[in-house]
Design a protein around this ligand. Structure first.
Ligand code: 4AD
Ligand code: MG
Length: 440
């Protein structure tokens, strides 16, 4: 019977067929060990002299990494083998040979300094163990997010990707020609449309790609990334802080439950993830600014000036104070977008929140209560120098039964990078797009 490696434990003592690729091999002379991968897992296949036909035993010298193989054998439990099971080989067929010049080196690719070269071969690099583990964790996180919102009665609501206006500032828009004389932009965030969705459906969430012409070459920036955006009618800033906390705790729990082997493959410090429990510390922008001033006094070189946004280095310094994600609220309005509700206690601040992941991973969530007052919102759009006409439909949401509402956006790749413990968001998505890279 043909099986996938992930289900091997169900076939103890049975004869099965596995179709995959050679991942690695070693031999003690009389016994060959082949590590075969099929995408769902890795299994050690044991070839013993005298127990298989001579030509099968001798295949060992002819097969090499990434040859496509069909292996038939008996499943045996073995605590020492990866995954706890191995295959006692009866027969091997070489389905197709891998050319000699396979460009991904045999040693663990993460030990190789020339990462740029690996990106060039991203389509093959994805087969390596580390990338395999990251992609499986990403998929688990995606599923956890969908389950989280569906279980809470949210309706999935898909905002458009071609949009006529900016959401998060005009400096990171990608322009696309749109027939005749027109042009549109690739969406930076579906939020404005999610607000319309919340007024129609109460609780909505989106899950899709977003685009920003980010000129920064940091380990946290992509030009195409995936965002999950819940939006809730009648919700306040406090409500969405609670929701963000619940969401993050749920995601981490699910990965710990279902992707432990992959975390171990990545040498992730699992204890640090096990500490991700409610409640998360909540501080204001002013508190965070004080932390930075303290660190400066201790000699840390930071460019931060009160009133400005935190950069990557500042975020790292702040998040290092906590072993859980930290929620920072009430930033100055001048560094935040037009749609955020002014703080009634201090109109220079807005009712917003950023969630910073621990271990220096920086902001993974940005959200706010939305300005629901028509006049104030019109004022903010003008203040930002944005063209009022394109926001007319958005202003309708304030004209026709305006209510308080709030939402946030979770950046998928930054969340994956943090949970998997990888350095750079580029490895958190199958084919990364950055200022420097749009191939393969
Ligand atoms: O903080 P941001 O800009 O918030 C919004 O777009 C809101 N409109 C969301 C909302 O309230 N519905 O982006 C949200 C998250 C960030 O916290 C970050 O995790 C991620 O999106 N993000 C990026 N991830 C990778 N590369 C980039 N260039 C990113 N820009 C933002
Ligand atoms: Mg943000």
């Amino acid at each position: 019977m043909r099986i996938w490696i992930e289900s091997i434990r169900d076939y103890k003592g049975k004869d099965v067929e596995i179709r995959g690729w050679l991942f690695n091999k070693r031999s003690s002379g009389k016994i060959h060990f082949l590590i075969v991968r099929d995408g769902t897992g890795f299994v050690q296949c044991v070839v013993v002299k005298g127990e298989v036909r001579e030509e099968v035993f001798n295949l060992y010298d002819k097969i090499s990494m990434e040859d496509a193989l069909i292996v038939i054998g008996t499943v045996r439990e073995d605590k020492r083998a990866i995954g706890g099971y191995e295959l006692q080989v009866k027969d091997i067929k070489v389905y197709s040979k891998c050319s000699d010049n396979y460009p991904i080196p045999k040693v663990r690719p993460e030990n190789i300094p020339d990462v740029g070269k690996l990106y060039h071969y991203r389509h093959l690099w994805l087969r390596s163990r580390k990338q395999w583990a990251i992609m499986r964790i990403r998929s688990e996180i995606e599923k956890a997010i969908i389950d989280f919102f569906e279980d809470r009665g949210f309706v999935r609501f898909d905002p458009p990707i071609f949009t006529p206006a900016s959401v998060e500032g005009t400096t990171t828009l990608f322009e696309v020609p749109y027939f005749d004389e027109n042009k549109v932009y690739l969406t930076q965030s579906g939020q404005l449309y999610m607000e319309a969705g919340a007024m129609a459906l109460g609780k909505v969430y989106s899950f899709g790609p977003t685009f920003r012409a980010e000129k920064s070459k940091t380990r946290r920036h992509l030009t195409e990334f995936w965002m999950i955006e819940p939006e809730i009618a009648w919700a306040t800033l406090d409500d969405i802080m609670d929701l963000a906390e619940d969401l993050i705790v749920y995601i981490v729990e699910r990965v710990l439950e279902n992707r432990r082997f992959e975390l171990e493959t990545l040498d992730r410090d699992i204890g640090k993830l096990e500490r991700i429990k409610k409640p998360f510390p909540r501080i204001t922008y002013d508190d965070a600014a004080k932390i930075i001033e303290e660190e400066k006094l201790k000699g840390k070189k930071l460019d931060f000036v009160y009133g400005e946004d935190f950069g990557g280095d500042e975020e790292t310094v702040i998040s290092e104070r906590f072993d859980k994600p930290v929620i920072i609220t009430r930033y100055p309005k001048k560094i935040k977008p037009f749609y955020m509700k002014l703080d009634p206690n201090n109109p220079e601040k807005v009712l917003c929140m950023d969630v910073l992941a621990p271990e220096g991973y920086g902001e993974i969530i940005g959200g706010s209560q939305r300005e629901d007052d028509y006049e104030t919102l019109v004022g903010r759009i003008k203040e930002e120098g944005l063209p009022l006409e394109v926001y007319e439909w958005y202003l309708d949401l304030r004209r026709f039964g305006s209510v308080p509402h709030s939402g946030f956006g979770l950046g998928l790749e930054r969340t994956v990078a943090w949970i998997t413990g990888i350095k750079h968001v580029r490895e958190a998505i199958p084919f990364a797009r950055t200022i420097e890279r749009f191939r393969p």
